[in-house]
Design a protein around this ligand. Structure first.
Ligand code: NDP
Length: 257
């Protein structure tokens, strides 16, 4: 049955940065597909509220919260161990936590540059290898890295973000090179412009917002729900021979000039 291919019952999924936005929508989608979902973020109150909302939206869903900063190795190691203790291990990791800082390269401090790289790239390496150690031992596991159209396209004022997301695309390939032989599947999703807290100032700017709708063949901003199907697909048996790929979910933005 085709629908069984998408069934995630019995799988445990950690979605980093899932107290709001894309990560939260993806977590809801994985829970609807049957997975036990672990929400994450740094703000414990907000993550707890997201857990309660998920339980209300998906009746019967198994949903937990483990908060840690994805850029802090000790916190990452402790957080992943806590999930293993409570749930017996992680089958699906979505490296989603990220942020963007808008400033020209001439004004950007090195500290800010490093902060963006640490949050948007180094975090995937830290959380990825911590989770992958157990996945390799078990001979299976899925990792989904949330990239961006900025893996392919550059805009002014977001140089560290663009560099980090381009790096994340190639980190996805590097993870595939090291871990696919041990039964892991590592893929990326590259969203186009999605209306979230991260992009709220851009959505509110008529000039920028008009540029997005004009530049996107689908003629609209993406919604967080646009990411559900792709994430469930890559986490599921339906993607059993998909490895090292980046799935662009951008309304066609990167397909046209
Ligand atoms: P939001 O700002 O809405 O949500 C970000 C989430 O990440 C929050 O849950 C936040 O929680 C968490 N987070 C941020 N930093 C850390 C950290 N150091 N440790 C743990 N959690 C953290 O962003 P979006 O949902 O828009 O973006 C999610 C991902 O999608 C990002 O990687 C982004 O680059 C990517 N993306 C977004 C696009 C868009 O148009 N929105 C387009 C393409 C890619 P808290 O603050 O409590 O830590």
């Amino acid at each position: 049955m085709v629908s069984e291919l998408f069934d995630l019952t019995g799988r445990v999924a950690l979605v980093t940065g899932s107290s709001r936005g894309i990560g939260n929508a993806v977590a809801n989608g994985l829970a609807e597909a049957g997975a036990t979902v672990v929400l994450n973020g740094r703000d414990r109150q907000r993550a707890a509220e997201a857990r309660d909302a998920l339980r209300a939206a998906v009746p019967g869903a198994e949903c937990d919260v483990v908060c840690f900063d994805v850029t802090a190795e000790t916190e990452v190691v402790e957080g992943v161990a806590e999930i293993a203790d409570r749930h017996g291990g992680i089958d699906v990791l979505v490296n989603n936590a990220g942020f963007q800082h808008r400033e020209s390269m001439f004004d950007l401090s090195v500290e800010r540059w490093e902060e963006v790289l640490r949050t948007d790239l180094t975090s995937a390496f830290l959380v990825g290898r911590t989770v992958a150690r157990d996945m390799v031992r078990r001979g299976s596991g899925r990792i989904i890295n949330i990239c961006s159209v900025q893996t392919e396209l550059a805009r002014p004022s977001i140089a560290p973000y663009t560099a980090a997301k381009g790096g994340l695309r190639n980190l996805t390939r590097a993870m595939t090179a090291e871990w696919a032989g041990s039964g892991l599947q590592i893929n990326g999703i590259a969203p186009g412009y999605i209306a979230t807290e991260l992009t709220s100032a851009l959505v509110a700017d008529p000039e920028f917002s008009g540029w997005v709708t004009g530049r996107t063949p689908a003629g609209r901003w993406g919604s967080t729900d646009d990411l559900l199907g792709p994430a469930v697909f890559l986490a599921s048996d339906a993607a059993s021979f998909v490895n090292g790929q980046i799935l662009f979910v951008d309304g066609g933005m990167t397909a046209v000039v």
